[in-house]
Every structure is written in structure tokens, then in C-alpha cells.
Design a protein around this ligand. Structure first.
Ligand code: SDX
Length: 392
């Protein structure tokens, strides 16, 4: 009698999958990459070792690590044709839009890698993305600042090279402190993968159509951009700055959250219902880094006070809301002089190895069917066409 029906076709291929890459136990706050606890990797590994682990499945030997490093160094330059793309972007262009566009455009300059026919092809495509993503990100920042592009320096490590392209100027090489390089390594490593999150599922969704690696990763970048996902780290800093500038007090802000007027950015998680192990590590790293560089960031003090207040408040406790990976990460990026509108780009750089590892796992599986979610139809029941003159 309502003219509407409900039709539920039941389960279809919604993209849920088996995977060997990453293990997450949200109840116990456990995160492991290929079986290695994130705490051990954070303490002992470099970002490139972690990228190798995620992609190849094991930690590299010294020889394998050097070979991977050499491959990334070979691939760090962008084709000069791609450099001209930056001339077309407005200086106000959002770096996430530039990143997804240029990563996808990489396929135009490497058409032989649009069809991956071997593991060697995959490795070349993967190395191009992991290495060049730094150059693209840094150049989008330099374009916005009206600064000349700094080319990558093959003598530098992965993280030092990125900071060099971001902050060096001609004839004055930027020399980050070891504490800054360590903090950036940790930031990238802790973001390297997180099983079937929204952006990873997007990469696997696009791969399931047999689209190429560049297009799949570009789609992942777009999914990550949203405020509820990778955009949250910028949202946290905007929230903390609002409080710092006297826009509101912590108790008043938390009241607004409880009245559902806004979200507590950097809190809550689809899976972690106890604590996000990455947040614990980043909280200490942010504190240690500021201490070692003699930096004093009032936003960290506000963040610590806010976290303590929220975690002792019934509203957040009963909803099992705790700091997630985004709550403290922005403090580290600020201390590295990364602008807020680049925060999600930084998340994307860290997440590249994870997306690529999942893409290859699905590709190599060969049995992956195209992802085709179904729906519960709640629309109109069948109707007869009404001629135009008869419509009132
Ligand atoms: C990332 O999936 C991944 O792995 C993602 C990620 C990764 O590494 O890829 O970990 C990275 O995206 C981390 C999340 C970053 N986003 C934010 O920090 C934005 C703020 N967080 C929320 O938007 C939210 O917590 C989500 C989106 C992360 C999760 O949303 P859910 O699953 O809907 O949360 P929930 O079911 O646990 O919510 C339960 C209750 C609800 O209230 P009630 O309807 O029961 O009254 O808690 C509320 C929610 O409204 N709630 C929040 C809140 N998060 C949930 N209330 C205020 N502030 C929040 N942040």
C-alpha cells in the first residue's frame, strides 16, 4: 500500500577477503605486519625495511635491503613531462588532488606497466610509486610556496631525501636532526598498512576489475582524503588550534561533542575498541621529539589534557572511544614544518607499501572475482509509464 517494496538479494561479493598482510585485533589493541608486532617494528625497523616486509612477506637481508634501496633511488626522478603538469596546477590546488592525479598520470609515462605480466614488472611499478610519491608530494608543496623544485638526492635515505625536497633551497641543503628523521620514519612506518580499511578496500575494489596499479593506488588516495579517514589528522590540529586560540575550552568542546554538535577528531575507530597501539607509540614519539629538539608545542599539552579528560568521561568510555593513529600524529608533522594541508598526503606516503602489498596479493591470487556489492532495494514497486500530457 505504500508503493515501496523491500528486496534483499542476500550476500554477494562485497569485497571481503582473506589476507596474509596485516593482523589487527581491535579488542586487544594488537597490530602486526606479516606477523611482526608493530611495537617491535617501531623500535627496530626503518620505513623501507617495513615496506619490503609488507610487499615481499619477510624482513630483508642486508643484501636485499640494499638492492631495494638502490631500486628506489633509480626510480626517484619524475619524467620531465610530468614536471610540466605542476605548471598547470594552481598554487592553491589541494595536494591530495595533485597526488592522485600525478600518481595516475605515471601510467601514461610507463605504458609497459599498465599490464603487469611478471613479478619483475610489479616490482618496477611498485618502486616507481613508493619512490616518486615523495617527489610528487614535495613538489606540490614547493609549487604552493612559490619555491623552486628541489630534485631528489640519491645519496640520502628515504626520509632525509623527502625532507630535503621539502625544505632545502638552492645552495642551502636542509639538514634535519636525527630526532626529526626518526620521528618521520616512525610516522611512515606506523601508517604503512592497516588491513581492510576504507582506502585499502578501495584499492582492492579497483584492482578486482584488473585495473592497473597506478589507477588503483590513485583511487586509494581519493578514499583516504575524507575527514573520517586520512583527513582526520588535519581535523585534529584544526580542533586543537581552535581551543588554543581561545575559541573554546576543553570541557566546553567535549560538551559539544556529547551533544553531537561535532566529533572528537582523532578519537574512535571502526575496529579498535580498547586502544590503537599506534596512538600509544605516537604519543611518546611526539613528546620525545619535542623534548629532544627543545620544541614546545602548546597543542601537545592541549591534546594530552583532552585525551585524559575524554578517557575519564563516561560518554567516551561507554562508547569505547580512544585516541586513534591521527590524534598525536599531527604534532609530529608540525614539528617537521609540514603544513596542515599536507597531513593527509603524509598519511598516503606512509600507506603506499600497504596498498601495494594488498594490490599484489589480490592480483597474484588470480581467483579474485570483480567486487560487486549488492543492496537492499527499498524503492518503488513496478509502475506503468505515464505519457507526458497525462502527468499532473
Ligand atoms: C583512520 O579503518 C581503519 O583502519 C582506518 C585507519 C587506518 O589506519 O586506515 O585506522 C585510519 O581512518 C582512523 C580514524 C580517523 N577518523 C577520525 O578520527 C574521525 C573521528 N572518528 C569518528 O568519525 C569515528 O570514530 C570513526 C569514523 C573512526 C568510526 O566511526 P564508527 O564506527 O561509526 O564509530 P562507532 O560505531 O564506534 O560509534 C559509536 C558511538 C556513536 O555514538 P552513538 O550513536 O552510540 O551515540 O560513538 C560515537 C558515534 O557517534 N563516536 C564519536 C566519535 N566516534 C564515534 N563521537 C564523537 N567523536 C568521535 N570521534
Amino acid at each position: 500500500e505504500t508503493g515501496y517494496i523491500t528486496y534483499d538479494p542476500g550476500y554477494a561479493n562485497t569485497g571481503s577477503c582473506k589476507s596474509d598482510v596485516t593482523f589487527v585485533d581491535g579488542e586487544k589493541g594488537i597490530l602486526r605486519y606479516r606477523g611482526y608486532p608493530i611495537e617491535d617494528l617501531a623500535e627496530h625497523a626503518t620505513f623501507i625495511e617495513t615496506a619490503y616486509l609488507l610487499i615481499f612477506g619477510d624482513l630483508p637481508t642486508r643484501g636485499q635491503r640494499q638492492k631495494f634501496r638502490d631500486l628506489l633511488s633509480e626510480q626517484e626522478l619524475l619524467h620531465e613531462g610530468l614536471r610540466h603538469h605542476f605548471e598547470g596546477f594552481p598554487s592553491t590546488g589541494h595536494p591530495m588532488a595533485i597526488l592522485s592525479a600525478v600518481i595516475n598520470a605515471l601510467g601514461c609515462y610507463h605504458p609497459d606497466l599498465l599490464e603487469i605480466d611478471s613479478k619483475a614488472d610489479f616490482l618496477r611499478a611498485a618502486a616507481k610509486i613508493i619512490s616518486k610519491v615523495r617527489t610528487i608530494a614535495a613538489w606540490s608543496y614547493r609549487k604552493a610556496q612559490g619555491l623552486p623544485f628541489m630534485y631528489p638526492d640519491p645519496k640520502l635515505s628515504y626520509c632525509r631525501n623527502f625532507l630535503h625536497m621539502m625544505h632545502s633551497i638552492p645552495h642551502r641543503h636542509y639538514e634535519p636532526t636525527d630526532a626529526q628523521v626518526r620521528a618521520l620514519t616512525l610516522f611512515f612506518l606506523l601508517h604503512a598498512d592497516h588491513e581492510q580499511n576504507c582506502s585499502c578496500s578501495t584499492v582492492r575494489m579497483v584492482q578486482s576489475t584488473e585495473a592497473n596499479l597506478f589507477a588503483s593506488v590513485s583511487a586509494g588516495i581519493c578514499a583516504l582524503w575524507g575527514r573520517l579517514h586520512g583527513g582526520a589528522n588535519a581535523g585534529v590540529i584544526e580542533m586543537l588550534e581552535h581551543i588554543h586560540e581561545g575559541g573554546t575550552s576543553i570541557p566546553d568542546y567535549l560538551e559539544k561533542v556529547k551533544n553531537k554538535e561535532c566529533k572528537l577528531m582523532g578519537f574512535g575507530h571502526r575496529i579498535y575498541k580498547s586502544f590503537d597501539p599506534r596512538a600509544k607509540i605516537l604519543r611518546k614519539a611526539a613528546h620525545d621529539m619535542l623534548e629532544s629538539t627543545g620544541h614546545d608545542d602548546p597543542l601537545l599539552d592541549i591534546a594530552l589534557e583532552m585525551a585524559d579528560a575524554a578517557m575519564s568521561d563516561e560518554y567516551f568510555i561507554e562508547r569505547r572511544l580512544y585516541p586513534n593513529v591521527d590524534f598525536y600524529s599531527g604534532i609530529i608533522l608540525r614539528a617537521l614544518n609540514i603544513p596542515v594541508n599536507m597531513f593527509t598526503v603524509m598519511f598516503a606516503i606512509g600507506r603506499m607499501p600497504g596498498w601495494i602489498a594488498h594490490w599484489y596479493e589480490a592480483y597474484a591470487d588470480g581467483a579474485t572475482k570483480i567486487h560487486r556489492p549488492r543492496q537492499v532495494y527499498t524503492g518503488r514497486e513496478p509502475r506503468v509509464y505515464v505519457p507526458l500530457d497525462s502527468r499532473i
